[in-house]
Design a protein around this ligand. Structure first.
Ligand SMILES: [Mg+2]
Length: 317
């Protein structure tokens, strides 16, 4: 099968195309892992390209499905990597999206306990919003499984469950989380911080938070509220907070089913795929030949692509 010419997105490969991409958009939404950095390593050219955007008075925010770190932690990471002028209100990790959802959509009162399966980013954001995180990084959950463990008994004051990325995924944690998800006829709200299957790290592809969330969904046999990309609820929050006009906004990401779908479902002006993270050109070509006719994958086709967002500055200079 060959792909019809009309659905192959263009590659940004000339100075004119790169300049047009910058000129046509006032606002940029960036994924982080695989677009800005790989772990602690900045992707070459990205910092200069973002400084160029700054010099052109473009506005931008970062939206990541990684819930492990709080917005404050991200501010520090951006500083560490040499970025200037990145403030908390420009960063949307899903630990913040989860907290925002609890407060603004689910109307869970401040002061409530929230059960966490995930890292300290979720706990930090919950505390900042005046919730009381329980579970999470609690040392007692590092113990080998014991059916009589105190944390397997449901605390009736817990008003919601938030599940996100963690490397501390052991049987005590999933067993205790399951008690809350099943409690009272499965009535406690279940928030999933992301649906990402994997992420690139140190030359490896590693399991991401979506694998944790989906594990809990399967064992509890109930759906979760996805507060991460591609949720259009999250996009609406960002657009409203930042006062971005959709028609002048582009989403830049390395993952088709989260980043690109997020931009397309949200009807942003454009979506730009990069190959500096978890998606390879080879995979993308295969995706286009096998998926372009299927209704559910149409929304994952980007408007255009480039090897790396850092290449923009090289093309322009
Ligand atoms: Mg990514």
């Amino acid at each position: 099968m060959t792909v019809s010419e009309s659905i192959i997105p263009p590659k940004i490969s000339s100075k004119e195309q790169a300049q047009k991409l910058i000129d046509e958009h006032d606002n940029f939404l960036f994924d982080c892992d695989g677009v800005i950095w790989l772990d602690e390593k900045l992707i070459p050219g990205v910092l200069s390209t973002i400084e160029y955007l700054q010099s052109k008075n473009k506005r931008y925010v970062f939206v990541t499905n990684n819930s492990s770190k709080s917005r404050q932690n991200y501010v520090e990471k951006f500083q560490r990597l040499g970025f200037k002028g990145i403030t908390k209100d420009m960063i949307y990790p899903t630990c913040y999206a989860a907290t925002f959802n609890l407060k603004e959509h689910l109307k869970v009162p401040e002061g409530s306990k929230i059960w966490v399966l995930g890292d300290s980013g979720i706990e930090d954001e919950l505390r900042e919003a005046n919730y009381i995180p329980v579970g999470g990084t609690d040392d007692r959950l590092n113990a080998p499984f014991d059916p009589h463990h105190e944390l397997l008994k449901v605390d009736p004051d817990v008003k919601a469950v938030v599940v996100g990325s963690t490397k501390d995924f052991n049987y005590m944690r999933i067993a205790s989380t399951l008690q809350y998800l099943l409690h009272d006829n499965k009535s406690i709200p279940f928030i999933g911080a992301n649906i990402d299957r994997s992420y690139p790290s140190d030359g490896l592809i590693l399991p991401a938070g979506g694998s944790v969330v989906n594990y809990m969904q399967y064992t509890a046999d109930r759906d979760f509220i996805n507060v991460g990309k591609p949720s259009t609820t999250l996009l609406d929050v960002i657009l409203e907070h930042s006062r971005f006009d959709k028609e002048k906004t582009i989403m830049v990401g390395d993952t088709l089913y989260t980043d690109i779908k997020f931009g397309n479902d949200g009807q942003l002006a454009n979506s730009l795929l990069v190959f500096s993270g978890g998606t390879t050109k080879q995979y993308f070509d295969h995706f286009l030949t096998t998926s372009y006719k299927q209704e559910e994958t149409k929304s994952m086709i980007p408007s255009c692509y480039i090897e790396s967002f850092g290449d923009i500055i090289d093309l322009i200079n």
